[in-house]
Design a protein around this ligand. Sequence first.
Ligand SMILES: [Zn+2]
Ligand SMILES: [Zn+2]
Length: 433
Amino acid sequence: LVCFYGACGNLDMAYKVFLSIQSKDVVSWNSMIAASVQRGCPDTALELFQAMDAENVKPNEVTLVCALSACAQLGAIDLGRWIHIYINKRGFKLDCYLSTALLYMYAKCGDLERALEVFHSVKRKDVFAWSAMIAGLAMHGHGKAAIDTFYRMQEAGVKPNAVTFINLLSACSHMGLVEEARLFFRQMLPVHGIEPQAQHYSCMVDVLGRAGYFDEVMDLIKMSMPHTAFVWSSLLGACWIHGNVDLAEVAFSRLIELEPRNDGAYVMLSNVYAKSGKWDKVSELRKLMRVSGLKKEQGYSSIEVHGTIHEFVVADNSHPMSTKIYSKLEEIALELKAEGYVPDKNQLLLIVEDEHMKEQALYLHSEKLAIVFGLLSLATSQPIRIMKNLRICGDCHSFAKAISKLYKREILVRDRYRFHRFKDGCCSCMDYW
Ligand SMILES: [Zn+2]
Ligand SMILES: [Zn+2]
């Protein structure tokens, strides 16, 4: 029952049922912890964890792995570290299963060094550990290191699986390693006996599309039957980068056939139109979205400060420190202007007539609010880690670069696709994302 309510998102009911259980065993604790972390209450999860310990119920590997993977999703690195210490203190054996969860948590939370440390400490690494490490390197933009890890995996006699190749190909796509991606993709079936699936095709569409090889992309799409939404949305993304309006319209209509309520498709196509200055098309699309009752997925950014997750939406006023955040933001805006930073108004989806309003709207993006909150709340030695549910926009990207230089702060942003590590005015993605 705890599991059931937890899965339905009814945490209160889950908790009520949980409390009514007379003698709670490790399974009921596990369910409650899992439910809390999945529902974005890592504080509750941590309390439960400690309560469980106090009641002398020993957590098992499942408890730990589940808590770690939830930390990874949330970007809750403080909680993740706490669990790591707990594992050591309680003398849990760091086997492959637990280590993989641990290294993945560190990688997803932005601490790649620690992830590598955990990885190297594993004696006999299985395919999951290797694949997780490749994924970790990929999301941080270390394409070459990811490929290197793949080769070492083979030297160690571990056979790659379908997931390994998804991670490997996305490593190539993050760094634009077209040649390497082509090679790995071609070798999948003949050398490794793995039939390429929809996700592999969409990785390839992504790599080739970003590099502008649209003919090759179309050939590949013809080969990948049946077509999935993945493939078309990758193509749509590539069309946005290259401003390929005609192909974008094709990709859009195919995508909408498969997923009529895909709001991301509308946003992407309107971005393509906006990029080539087709504002009439943009507003047409907006109207279409309104008529069909579609709303753009709400963007939000979160940041963990002293073990608590703070979440911001665009133009957020709900945070207790809002006033401070906005006055700091104004101060920064002036400083940046003096440094010659120009807000990139092309990043605005809405057609705002007034030029001044455009600038205002850009400054309200959730990741900027979260970054400023981080500046105000964290010690200067601590990196500012932001988790964003959507792709970071170009203006917020430039903003983060400028802040990293101006305030000498390291800023990490995990967006829907990858990590951006901003330092001294540069980003680890080399502006390729
Ligand atoms: Zn933005
Ligand atoms: Zn970047």
